[in-house]
Ligand binder design. Structure first.
Ligand code: LMR
Length: 347
């Protein structure tokens, strides 16, 4: 009798356990895979922040999402990553702001030479209403901008000694796929050659191009300083990024996933923006210590030479970008007006 009861209990618990496991196995859904592709090295602001996003997203949504990060143009390079996003072959990318001009002309405002006096002015514009509106300006093309990530100010480098525009006349400059930069190079008397980031080192090494423009963290991590003679600190433009997602994919996500991913992204953005300047300062020091390319700080008079050349670029693009948007961006670089003195109060 006792044996019968034990057997019965064993059978019942076996049934319960298998049912339970069977049930949970079918209820347990495979995690949503999010492919995040970018073109830079891992030890850069964007590379590290992409990994931070993965860590945070997987922690906030355990078992629900898996973020796969592909650095260094491994999965898609510049030429293909936006198309891949629209085809949902990747779900998230973070290209530089210069790479969106096929999708919105307004975003070209970021490429206008010397429009921001420093990285903070660019960040302030991004935070303003006009800056935030630009995140939403490509929704009709199937892209949603979720955040700006900062890298920093860009500088010119070349395979010869140079200080002012006259020294770079006729040189071939690798530029990003930006019409504004093509025009800027022309205004400087140089030739802009649009080229994917992954090809730049070899192009500089073999002399396909003579020069380029980028931030210190990108120059150091790609070893551009080893194949360039001079880096001139021009601070002529901002290299920042927009984190973008495929609109249809994003809008179709369950609310809890969207919330978790948005929180993870907000934290990864803070992290990115904290390390952006640090990484550039560190890379500048490493370049100087390497003794390879010479880093040159310009005098005010030399800097003015560079700034003098930009008027035709503004004239060419102001219609597409919009005068008001240009002014709105410029506003953040104006020196703060001294506060009016309080009128003396009579005693
Ligand atoms: C470049 O192409 O020079 C940069 O946009 C690369 C990057 O993503 O920082």
């Amino acid at each position: 009798m006792f044996k019968k009861i034990t057997n019965l209990l064993t059978a019942i618990s076996f049934f319960a356990v298998t049912t339970l496991f069977g049930f949970s196995a079918s209820a347990q859904q495979a995690p949503i895979v999010i492919k995040l592709s970018h073109v830079v090295a891992e030890n850069t602001p964007k590379g590290l922040a992409s990994l931070k996003f993965k860590e945070l997203a997987e922690k906030k949504l355990p078992g629900k999402v898996q973020v796969q990060v592909f650095p260094n143009s491994q999965l898609f390079g510049d030429a293909k990553e936006l198309e891949a996003l629209l085809l949902n072959d990747v779900q998230m990318i973070n290209p530089s702001l210069s790479k969106f001009d096929r999708y919105t002309k307004k975003i070209q405002v970021f490429d206008l030479p010397f429009i921001f006096k420093d990285a903070k002015a660019a960040a302030d514009f991004q935070k303003s209403k006009d800056g935030q509106d630009l995140l939403k300006s490509m929704e009709d093309k199937g892209l949603i901008g979720l955040a700006y990530w900062h890298n920093g100010m860009k500088h010119f480098s070349a395979n010869k000694e140079f200080r002012v525009p006259n020294d770079i006349k006729g040189l071939k400059f690798r530029i990003q796929a930006s019409d504004v930069y093509e025009s800027f190079m022309k205004a400087l008397g140089a030739n802009g050659q649009k080229m994917a980031f992954a090809e730049v080192y070899q192009a500089l090494q073999t002399g396909v191009v003579d020069a380029q423009e980028n931030t210190y963290s990108n120059m150091y991590s790609q070893k551009f300083h080893e194949v360039q003679k001079t880096i001139v600190e021009t601070n002529h433009g901002i290299l920042d990024y927009m984190v973008v997602v495929n609109a249809k994919w994003w809008n179709g996500l369950p609310a809890d996933i969207k919330k978790g991913l948005s929180e993870a992204l907000a934290e990864a953005t803070v992290y990115n923006n904290k390390i952006g300047q640090e990484k550039n300062d560190e890379a500048k020091k490493l370049i100087i210590d390497s003794g390879k390319a010479k880093v040159v700080k310009l005098t005010d008079a030399q800097l003015t030479e560079w700034k003098k050349s930009v008027a035709p670029v503004y004239a060419q693009f102001e219609k597409d970008i919009g005068v008001d948007l240009i002014k709105s961006a410029q506003k953040h670089s104006q020196a703060a007006q001294p506060k009016a003195e309080k009128p003396a109060t009579k005693k």
